[in-house]
Design a binder for this molecule. Structure first.
Ligand SMILES: [Zn+2]
Length: 154
């Protein structure tokens, strides 16, 4: 199991960005990128940067055309998506049926995070979120006992 690292500053920017986009009334989300083969998350792409209508219904509905914008960026930067994150309205960070049946990246080993309360806290330690490992064939494993993301100062 890989342990991902993210700087505390980048995590703060991530949570702030989710909070701002959600405004306490709708879900928001982002892709977390690393250089290929690296465990350090070094870039965030919010879903609305690829699909401006992603949160229009209140829940995440990422249009397939967003991937057509995403793939060339990854290629140009030499990066891959190692995880995604989206918010839920309340304390329930269990995966919904839609979450389970629509992995944002359909690769074994992909990690999906769910942040509570539309990320409205000023600071959320990563392990306030729930984490799920994609095992292929729409099967997921909870990583809450073995949390896969750690913040670092640098
Ligand atoms: Zn969800």
């Amino acid at each position: 199991m890989r342990l991902l690292k993210i700087s505390a500053l980048k995590w703060y920017q991530l949570i702030s960005g989710l909070r701002k986009r959600g405004g306490g009334v709708r879900e928001s989300g982002a892709f977390l990128l690393s250089k290929i083969g690296s465990d350090r998350i070094c870039k965030i792409i919010f879903y609305d940067e690829l699909d401006p209508e992603v949160s229009a219904s209140g829940i995440i509905r990422f249009n397939g055309s967003g991937y057509i914008k995403l793939w060339p960026l990854l290629r140009n930067w030499g990066m891959e998506v190692v995880a995604d994150i989206h918010t839920h309205p309340d304390s329930n960070t269990n995966q919904s049926f839609a979450d389970k049946s629509h992995p944002m990246i359909r690769l074994k080993g992909h990690i999906a995070l769910i942040a509570p309360f539309y990320a409205m806290y000023r600071w959320i330690n990563p392990n306030v979120c729930s984490a799920y490992l994609y095992e292929g064939s729409f099967q997921w494993r909870s990583l809450d006992q073995n949390f896969p993301i750690k913040t670092t100062w640098l």
